[in-house]
Design a protein around this ligand. Structure first.
Ligand SMILES: *Cc1c(COP(=O)(O)O)cnc(C)c1O
Length: 439
């Protein structure tokens, strides 16, 4: 809708809203002018006990449920109910190759070729699988570079891999830290670490978006620097997939893993995703923790003893996948396709996040410090807010009672995400009003 259309709409606002603060009218006008606004209706928005819709700002943790998920999952349940094992082979969507329906939509979201992507497994397990093939420590080159605030599961996975090779995290884990008094990583410091330690680093394993601060790392640059020093480079894209446009193939990283239940809206514990760059597609020298679903499709059911990997990411599959979860993820990915993919979503996301940040700076400059970088290129949907009060937990509970869903990290950080598929400018406004009323 053009500006004039939006203004005309303004005059039609019902009299009930006349007394509300001007900021709310401004937010609503932006929602009316938003070409993606209709996608909110594709989702179930949780409701409070009084029946009003919540302000849901937790898409960084669990994305909301696309309405069509129910249909897609029920369809597969009905097939199981009526056909039993024949569901594996019969049209319209036989389960045997069902995961292939998700490959192209996933690949387009992360900027990969289809054969570089497999929708499979779960995030931590996939990280282990990737390290099984790509973390090959030698006496000289044995370190794994992670960051100080790495998500605990990633750190546990990396430390256990190091021990698995008979090494010690004390000497083989290299941790990149923000400077004293700072919370985000500086790209020049990361570059310096890779430059300085490069010869000893076997694997660089960093996030696309840092889960605690919302900081976006430069995947192209990290890959370039790591490769220049002979390191393998992998990424955890848990908070990047469905949040930012990605170009994994062009960035050239060796592998990446993500989950589907955060910005991808695939449902609790949904099947994850895996990227392996095509330069590794046909390598036979890599060790691999194999399973039958990674075996050549044409001979898989001959049930022979000798493993022959499918070229590409699918060759790392182990088990036949959970169809009910794949059905949910398939429905969720379809919504991204209909919205036009990551480019328009990212445009809206920048505006939403910028709007929220400006409201916070204007309305609560004394009470809130935004920890996430201000430059739009260095952040995605999430803002991490330091709440400056002695009673942060109490404040979090008060805004939760007021119908705001976000999350709280001790001692003083609130993480909120405005997700362009289902959040509105009005949500940003309501959140800030609730905060103001809760200090
Ligand atoms: C959400 C998240 C996880 C969760 O791992 P699961 O194996 O899916 O339980 C791991 N790492 C990061 C960085 C995350 O953000």
């Amino acid at each position: 809708m053009d500006r004039r259309g939006a203004e005309a709409d303004d005059r039609r606002v019902s009299p009930d809203h006349r007394n509300e603060p001007a900021g709310l009218e401004h937010a609503r006008a932006q929602d009316r002018a938003d070409p993606l606004a209709r996608f909110r209706d594709e989702f179930h928005i949780p409701r409070r006990v009084d029946g009003r819709e919540e302000v849901y700002l937790c898409g960084h943790s669990l994305g909301l449920m696309p309405k069509r998920v129910e249909t897609y999952v029920l369809e597969e349940l009905a097939i199981w109910k009526r056909r039993g094992v024949r569901g594996h082979f019969e049209p319209p969507r036989p389960w045997m190759p069902y995961h292939e329906l998700l490959t192209e939509p996933s690949a387009s979201l992360v900027g990969a070729e289809a054969h570089e992507v497999a929708v499979m497994g779960s995030l931590t397990a996939n990280l282990h699988l990737m390290m099984g093939s790509f973390y090959r420590p030698t006496a000289e080159r044995h370190k794994v570079l992670i960051e100080d605030r790495a998500f605990p599961s990633d750190r546990y996975a990396v430390e256990s891999q190091i021990r698995f090779h008979g090494l010690e995290p004390a000497s083989s884990l290299l941790v990149a830290r923000p400077r004293t008094g700072e919370i985000c990583l500086r790209r020049e410091d990361l570059a310096e670490t890779i430059e300085r330690e490069g010869d000893a680093i076997a694997l660089v394993l960093l996030p696309g978006v840092q889960y605690y601060t919302g900081e976006v790392l430069d995947l192209d640059e990290i890959t370039r620097l790591g490769h220049a020093r002979g390191c393998v480079v992998g990424f955890d894209l848990a908070h990047a997939a469905g949040n930012l446009p990605l170009a994994l193939h062009d960035s050239g990283c060796d592998f990446a893993c993500w989950c589907s239940y955060k910005y991808l809206n695939g449902g609790p514990g949904a099947v994850g995703g895996l990227f392996v760059h095509e330069r590794h597609a046909r390598r036979t020298d890599l060790p691999r923790l194999a399973g039958w679903w990674g075996h050549d499709k044409t001979t898989r059911f001959e049930m022979g003893p000798e493993f022959r990997a499918i070229p590409g990411a699918e060759g790392w599959q182990q088990s036949n996948p959970p169809i009910l979860s794949l059905a949910a993820v398939r429905a969720a990915l379809e919504v991204f396709g209909e919205a036009g993919g990551m480019a328009p979503l990212r445009e809206k996301s920048k505006r939403l996040t910028g709007f929220l940040e400006s409201l916070l700076r204007r309305e609560l400059p004394e009470h809130i410090e935004v920890l996430t970088p201000s430059e739009p290129a260095r952040r995605g949907c999430q803002l991490s807010l330091r709440i400056k009060t002695t009673d942060g937990r109490g404040l979090y509970e008060r805004i939760t009672a007021a119908g705001i869903t976000c999350d709280w990290r001790e001692p003083d950080v609130m993480r909120v995400a405005l997700v362009p598929l289902y959040n509105r400018f009005e949500d940003a406004h309501r959140f800030v009003e609730a905060l103001k009323a809760s200090f």
